[in-house]
Design a protein around this ligand. Structure first.
Ligand SMILES: Nc1ncnc2c1ncn2[C@@H]1O[C@H](COP(=O)(O)OP(=O)(O)OP(=O)(O)O)[C@@H](O)[C@H]1O
Ligand SMILES: [Mg+2]
Length: 382
């Protein structure tokens, strides 16, 4: 088992793999008759680590498939098993039982040469970049090709291509210490792309970057995904990363699947407590000044209703101010909004305040949003 714990050990392990590759560079994995729309399939994958304090059950029978050309996000609390699952794809971890199929091929059945071919087809990007500090950006990117014995002309051509693709022109001769975090990650991505992989694995690839740089790296990943149809499997602890680029999301909870599906559905209508907990920071509470004055029933001092409208893309309803005003029976004001749009689906929450027509009658609002709740009543001037 290879555990990559630092840039140097990672580089060493990369170098070892590439050296073996040079000795026995057999081409791609054998074709199979498997479902060609699926890039990765997990069949009842279990992982138990043996540690000095006893067995650690990291994955409890994961059944899952990842479609070709998708961007698949994995989220979950620390220790949920995200990295363990990801690393079974390129056999950095072997499942204790169950199977992992990559492009229809059982990765456990691969011999040494097959494993080298697999790792060419599955690129990996790391949180801390894992660059060799004594090599320039160009040499870091070229390393996999150099070690595999590729001719110089081909190396130069391919490195030139990925340098342009990742926006690193002008930085080729720079050493990692002279590169910003975002540039270092671009080098890491370029290096992962030199063998033209089918799949790119990203374990917290943006976690060490500031928000603006994160966004630029996410755009790069999305561009790579769309242009070259590369399947991307990424782990993140930032929900905004999932919202920004993922098509589907898996929520892992203590080694089990809590929820999986299109991002708009899982984020729009989270069912599992683990998902809700992860999304909690996105759902703001009622503003304190409103909460202080909230009463359960309308009265002469509290004649406005505070209504929470939730959009989950279930019925295709979108926030429509005219319809909301009609439901209130008069003009209303927005107190708070956390709406987002993912792949054409609107989800999120509006907090609106307006005239309380009928005490507790939520029916008019049920027609303007996927879920409506009257949270209480406040004075008209709130
Ligand atoms: N090599 C190992 N030996 C023993 N236990 C391990 C090993 N690797 C991981 N574990 C344990 O397996 C469980 C899942 O770990 P994993 O690294 O997959 O979680 P994670 O979801 O990636 O967490 P994080 O968000 O902190 O990176 C944890 O309890 C972890 O302590
Ligand atoms: Mg991890």
């Amino acid at each position: 088992m290879t555990v990559i714990s630092s840039a140097d050990t990672a580089s060493a392990s990369l170098r070892r793999d590439f050296r073996r590759e040079a000795l026995d560079a057999r081409p791609a994995l054998p074709a199979t008759a498997a479902d060609t729309s699926l890039s990765v399939v997990f069949e009842n994958v279990r992982k138990i680590y043996r540690s000095s304090s006893g067995p650690v059950h990291a994955l409890h029978g994961i059944d899952l498939s990842i479609k070709h050309g998708s961007i698949f996000g994995i989220i979950g609390r620390s220790g949920a098993g995200k990295s363990s699952l990801l690393r079974t794809i390129n056999r950095l971890e072997a499942p204790t039982s169950g199977r992992v199929l990559v492009e229809g091929q059982d990765v456990a059945a691969l011999d040494a040469a097959g494993l080298i071919a697999l790792r060419r087809r599955v690129g990996m990007v790391f949180q801390h970049f894992n660059l060799m500090s004594a090599k320039t950006a160009w040499s870091n990117i070229a390393l996999p090709l150099v070690v595999s014995g590729a001719p110089k002309a081909r190396i130069d051509e391919r490195v030139g291509e990925v340098v342009a693709l990742t926006g690193l022109e002008g930085k080729e001769r720079a050493y990692p210490s002279r590169l910003s975090g975002g540039q270092k990650q671009r080098v890491g991505i370029a290096r992962a792309l030199v063998h033209r992989p089918d799949i790119l694995l990203c374990d917290e690839a943006t976690s060490a970057l500031d928000p603006e740089t994160t966004l630029s790296i996410l755009r790069l990943l999305k561009d790579i995904n769309r242009r070259f149809k590369i399947t991307i499997v990424l782990i993140t602890h930032e929900m905004s990363v999932i919202r920004e680029i993922c098509d589907s999301v898996l929520v892992l909870d203590s080694g089990r699947i809590a929820e999986v599906g299109p991002v708009w559905r899982v984020f729009g209508d989270p069912e599992h407590p683990a998902t809700r907990a992860l999304l909690e920071p996105l759902n703001r509470d009622i503003p304190a000044d409103v909460a202080e004055q909230l009463r359960p029933q309308p009265d002469s001092g509290a004649s406005s209703a505070v209504v929470e409208l939730t959009y989950m893309s279930k019925s295709g309803l979108e926030p429509d101010p005219v319809a909301i005003a009609k439901a209130f029976g008069g003009p209303f004001r927005l107190l708070q909004s956390s709406l987002d749009r993912i792949e054409g689906h609107v989800y999120g929450r509006l907090l609106a305040v307006g005239p309380a027509r009928l005490a507790g009658d939520v029916d008019p609002f049920a027609r303007v949003a996927d879920r409506a709740r009257i949270l209480g009543y406040v004075p008209a001037d709130v």
